[in-house]
Design a protein around this ligand. Structure first.
Ligand code: CP
Length: 332
């Protein structure tokens, strides 16, 4: 497949296209550019399905998926559930507050008990980095990471990529700035791996206390740089991705106040005026007036809701590609 964001629709079951080399989606650090492109191409096909009057295909009929969310979520959880329903999978939702986890059951025992009920795939969000990887050692089901601590949030980065691909002609040479709390952000890490794998340059911007020392060395190829000045991050930038400031970071003294954060790192209308081609993204939930001025959230160049829309198609693609269906049982 060409190294472009060509929107030509290809059949993921077509001979010659690469299949996923992974059984699980734990993170994008080990996914190749070809695998990421395959997911994006497949997501485009499923997006066509979502545009139809009847938004359901029988692709995952007979497959059972459990959504195991140990942390709060609005977008990811609803989006996975919708994706599963659109693919005709059977879905089960697990909630910590009403489960035996609240009685002290371990993650391993919870997962093994659920698997004993013949579950094929597990979508898991957990506060501990590595929890999805740990689950692969406890159960035979396919594991999909829906966010593990500050480690990775791969489907968020994939939906971000699909959104960018709709607006920009190529990832090669694209300048993307990720602004905010890089240290604690699983979204930043997954995007860093995926964007650089596709040839983009990434600038990480935020207070010194919120950017790990030496993070630019995390990926090879010199495609990552760090700055602590927003103006520098926005210079020549094609896409600015603001990250949610977790309010407990202020209590921990990692920056002085939300007002000062907004003054130094918040994207405001003046920035959109100075950079007329700049696209604004945010994984949500947004703190209006902190990462982004409220008018920026509602601006036509903010594609935050497009990101959410693309989340369903991307998760359909990931579920489909990892379900291990025999050749020919494809999308559509
Ligand atoms: N972007 C994201 O992960 O949002 P949720 O926490 O609402 O799932």
């Amino acid at each position: 497949m060409a190294d472009t964001l060509d929107t030509a629709h290809t059949d993921p079951t077509e001979p010659g296209l690469p299949a996923l080399q992974h059984r699980h989606l734990l993170g994008l650090a080990t996914y190749s550019a070809a695998e990421i492109r395959l997911i994006l191409e497949t997501a485009r096909q499923f997006r066509d399905v979502l545009g139809r009057r009847i938004k359901r295909v029988p692709t995952l009929r007979g497959i059972t998926v459990v959504n195991l969310f140990f942390e709060p979520s609005t977008r990811t959880r609803i989006s996975f559930e919708l994706a599963e329903k659109r693919l005709s999978a059977d879905t089960v939702n697990f909630s910590v507050s009403t489960s035996s986890v609240s009685k002290g059951e371990t993650l391993k025992d919870t997962a093994r008990n659920i698997e004993a009920m013949k579950i094929d795939m597990v979508v898991v969000r957990h506060k501990s980095p590595g929890a999805p990887h740990f689950l692969t050692q406890c159960v035979d089901a396919v594991i999909i990471n829906a966010g593990d601590g500050a480690h990775e949030h791969p489907t968020q980065a994939l939906l971000d990529l699909l959104t960018i691909a709709d607006l920009k002609p190529s990832f090669e040479g694209l300048n993307v700035s990720i602004i905010g709390d890089i240290t604690h952000s699983r979204v930043a890490r997954s995007n860093l791996y995926a964007l650089t794998a596709l040839g983009a340059h990434v600038t990480l911007c935020g207070p010194r206390t919120l950017i790990p020392y030496g993070i630019e060395e995390m990926v090879e190829g010199g495609r990552v740089r760090v700055t602590h000045r927003l103006e520098e991050a926005l210079e020549g930038c094609d896409v600015a991705m603001a990250l949610r400031i977790q309010l407990e970071r202020q209590e921990a003294g990692l920056f002085p106040s939300l007002r000062e954060y907004h003054e130094r790192f918040g994207i405001r209308l003046e920035h959109l005026e100075q950079h007329p081609d700049l696209i604004i993204m945010h994984p949500g939930p947004v703190n209006r007036g902190v990462e982004l001025a409220s008018e920026v959230v509602d601006h036509e160049r903010a594609v935050i809701l497009d990101q959410v829309t693309n989340g369903v198609a991307v998760r359909m693609a990931v579920l489909y590609l990892l379900a291990g269906l025999p050749d020919g049982e494809g999308a559509g």
